[in-house]
Design a protein around this ligand. Structure first.
Ligand SMILES: Nc1nc2c(c(=O)[nH]1)N[C@H]1C(S)=C(S)[C@@H](COP(=O)(O)OP(=O)(O)OC[C@H]3O[C@@H](n4cnc5c(=O)[nH]c(N)nc54)[C@H](O)[C@@H]3O)O[C@H]1N2
Ligand SMILES: Nc1nc2c(c(=O)[nH]1)N[C@H]1C(S)=C(S)[C@@H](COP(=O)(O)OP(=O)(O)OC[C@H]3O[C@@H](n4cnc5c(=O)[nH]c(N)nc54)[C@H](O)[C@@H]3O)O[C@H]1N2
Ligand code: SF4
Ligand SMILES: [Mo]
Length: 674
């Protein structure tokens, strides 16, 4: 921690890229942030969000003091009073309605707070409530599902072999702007240019995205149809060019998979994807020539109604070409601190079953110890959920059916919100808990290591002390646990005396090196990739399950495409709901193909009304050929227009994961003036 002026090496914790930064401070004032040129991963790169950290840190709407709602108004108070009141009310709710009536939403903001997230999960488990929600179920549950059904372990994260891969593919991900979806891309433009120079890069996207513009080839695919392209590729490779030796040794279910993809001829895939049969055959030929592939997917796919089958067929394509867990293809990230390679044991994928789900929504399963976010409004409305602790999340701008979830949150007996700034959610809270922001705590990249481009971890000291009356989240979680009579910290740690580092050190000491090494080096790289541990140590009898019946059934019954759908996109200067209101991109315009605009008599720059089952929004039309006909693209995270007014938590929620449709959502358009 710095007492005077100087520069502190840290890492940015806004997004998964975790860029290394040099932070200039004068006393407790954060003056400037620059990319750290000595950083082995980000090499001096930062984006505008990272460089805005000084302003962000000193924002006028930072939360400074705890507050409790009295007679309708939030009133600032002491920590002791706020925590006393909160714990008394939570204990009373548990008494009257049972443990599950108290829920947690452990969201994106705390994924970047190692101690905060860890203690929150320990508190949730210690309280014994099943009402745990995380942002995973509005982001990527398809990836966990496919991993579990095909390998037995839900946590496999395939990572492209950037060293020796020769054919890279991006399906529904735009790392140039997002910096990656579960595969971090610090310095994305340089990284992708290098891939294009040394190898070959294909992008499938219904929009000519910033990544597509850099790629060798762009497939302007119809939204929600990636599964059809992939089914064709799997079918074509199985017919000739598959790695037969690999399949014989490492796969179950080749025959069932062959049958499942049988209908997806070039003609059928072409009709569904809008791509030419020549384009489909060309990609299949390129795959045969390269032999192995490194293809990854993102939210364009994972939020779509065909998310599960697209991800499954993407995995099948890697397995059919012998590309998984082998050089030149994809490796699986073993995690630096979590060490999946040392901990995970083979489990029969056939035994993968949903866990306890939401009582109010028997149609939505619980999995991996959590309840899908899409069920939260029902759980509150039915009285099952009466208190909610929100940690680093903003449901009114991130959940489906924004107006309904907002009303539901208002009706809770207790809504305790730990955040760093005022948000739509803190404004509804009964208890506001101002916690230390990213520059005010020391940290390890505990929950993010497995998304890094190599096997590495990062440590940062606190750059400045927690300002005003803010506390690290972990202290708040421990205090709440103490007051509710449950242990949050391991027995040998004294929470009243411990520092951030005291909690972090054992995590690093149990990992691939030691806390001393990680803390002194700041970025510790253990290896560039890790091959073989999944085949040898995770897959039961060393074999993938190629044809999980649940997924085969979803492919066989896939719905016809809608005429017009809404798709998401990320923008450079804001991050989900963060920095949205003050972003220069508050334009949040809607991209529409000229033919679609002409069909409804809409001109560029005019307001357009977008309607879906659950509501409407009005946005400004940006009529442009960058988007394929049949889709409109609108970013989320804004108050106006809030895409959450269109998404639905009842209809169209995936029956296997509870994921609401946020990409490929059927909509209708009309000029707003009409
Ligand atoms: N600047 C910035 N960075 C962010 C975020 C942010 O809000 N702003 N959010 C962070 C978070 S939480 C996440 S999860 C990641 C997400 O990271 P990504 O998944 O990379 O998200 P996007 O950048 O929106 O890229 C999705 C792409 O999919 C395309 N697409 C839409 N529908 C389809 C489809 O059906 N098929 C195909 N093939 N493509 C489709 C869209 O046009 C878009 O180009 O980004 C993270 N990084
Ligand atoms: N329609 C539609 N909906 C979507 C998406 C979409 O593309 N379209 N994207 C989905 C995706 S991928 C995601 S990940 C979710 C995101 O959903 P959420 O996680 O609910 O929303 P965020 O806007 O990321 O909220 C992050 C919060 O964390 C706070 N925060 C920042 N730093 C800290 C910190 O150090 N500690 C604490 N305690 N809080 C902090 C921020 O101020 C902010 O309020 O939204 C999903 N919803
Ligand atoms: S890409 Fe931007 S927001 Fe993400 S870690 Fe780097 S500087 Fe931070
Ligand atoms: Mo996300």
């Amino acid at each position: 921690m710095s007492e005077s002026s100087g520069t502190v090496k840290s890492f940015c914790r806004f997004c998964e890229a975790l860029c290394g930064i040099d932070v200039t401070v004068e006393g407790e004032t954060v003056v400037a942030v620059r990319g750290d040129r000595t950083d082995p991963l980000s090499r001096g790169y930062t984006c505008p969000k990272g460089r805005s950290l000084p302003n962000w840190h000193h924002r006028p709407d930072r939360l400074d003091r705890p507050a409790v709602r009295h007679h309708g108004d939030l009133v600032e108070t002491s920590w002791d009073e706020a925590m006393g009141d909160l714990s008394t009310r939570l204990l009373d709710i548990v008494d009257r309605h049972g443990r599950d009536a108290v829920g947690f939403y452990i969201a994106t903001g705390v994924a970047f707070d190692a101690n905060g997230r860890r203690t929150a999960e320990r508190l949730q488990r210690a309280l014994g409530t099943k009402s745990k929600y995380t942002a995973t179920t509005i982001d990527t549950p398809n990836k966990l599902l496919v991993s579990e059904l095909m390998s037995g372990f839900p946590g496999l994260v395939p990572a492209p072999d950037r060293e020796s891969g020769t054919l890279f593919g991006f399906f529904g991900t735009n790392p140039v702007v997002s910096h990656g979806h579960l595969n971090a891309f610090p310095d994305p433009i340089v990284t992708i240019r290098r891939m294009v120079e040394d190898a070959e890069v294909w992008v499938a996207d219904p929009r000519s995205s910033e990544t597509a513009k850099l790629a060798d080839r762009h497939l302007m695919i119809k939204a929600g149809s990636d599964f059809a392209l992939l089914a064709f590729l799997v079918r074509d490779l199985l017919a000739g060019g598959a790695d037969a030796d690999y399949l014989a040794e490492h796969a179950h279910g080749v025959e069932a998979l062959t049958q499942a993809v049988e209908p997806w001829t070039a003609a059928a895939a072409s009709a569904r994807t809008g791509l030419g049969e020549d384009e489909l055959h060309e990609l299949a030929d390129r795959i045969r020539e390269h032999g192995r592939i490194s293809f990854q997917s993102g939210t364009g796919v994972s939020m779509s109604p065909t998310a599960n089958i697209a991800e499954w067929l993407l995995w099948c394509l890697h397995i059919v070409t012998g590309s998984f867990d082998r050089e030149g293809g994809m490796w699986f990230h073993p995690g630096y601190l979590k060490r999946f390679d040392a901990r995970v044991r083979p489990t029969d994928p056939g035994a993968a079953r949903p866990g306890p789900g939401p009582d109010s929504r028997p149609d939505i399963p619980g999995r991996w110890g959590e309840i899908p976010c899409a069920a939260m409004a029902d759980e509150i409305e039915s009285g099952n959920l009466r208190a909610l602790i929100v940690l680093g999340g903003n449901p009114p701008r991130s959940f489906p059916e924004a107006p309904r979830i907002t009303r539901a949150l208002e009706n809770l007996e207790v809504l305790a919100v730990a955040d760093v700034v005022e948000t739509d959610t803190t404004r509804l809270a009964s208890h506001v808990l101002p916690v230390a922001g990213q520059l005010e705590r020391s940290d390890l990249s505990l929950h993010l290591d497995q998304f890094m481009p190599n096997v590495s971890t990062r440590y940062t000291p606190a750059v400045v002390s927690p300002g005003a009356d803010r506390r690290p989240l972990w202290k708040v979680m421990c205090d709440l646990g103490d007051r509710m009579g449950v242990e949050v910290l391991p027995r040998d740690v004294d929470g009243s005396q411990a520092t951030d580092d005291d909690l972090l050190a054992p995590l690093a000491d149990r990992s691939r090196s030691s806390f001393a090494t990680v803390a002194s080096e700041r970025v510790h790289v253990d290896a560039e990739a890790a091959f073989g541990w999944v085949t040898d140590g995770v897959l039961p009898d060393g074999r993938w399950r190629l044809a999980p019946p649940e997924l085969v059934a979803q492919l066989a019954t896939v719905d016809d495409p809608a005429a017009m759908v809404l798709i998401p996109r990320r923008q450079v200067r804001h991050l989900n709901s963060q920095m949205a209101d003050e972003s220069v991109e508050t334009d949040a315009d809607v991209l529409i193909h000229p033919d679609d605009a002409a069909a409804i008599g809409l001109a560029d720059g005019q307001p357009v009304r977008i309607s879906a089952g659950s509501g409407t929004v009005v946005a400004t039309a940006n009529v442009d050929h960058v988007i394929a006909a049949g889709a409109v693209s609108l970013p989320h995270g804004f108050l106006e227009p809030n895409v959450g007014q269109l998404t639905d938590s009842d209809d169209g929620v995936d029956s296997l994961t509870g994921m609401p449709i946020q990409s490929g959502l059927p909509v209708t358009l009309e000029p707003a003036s009409s």
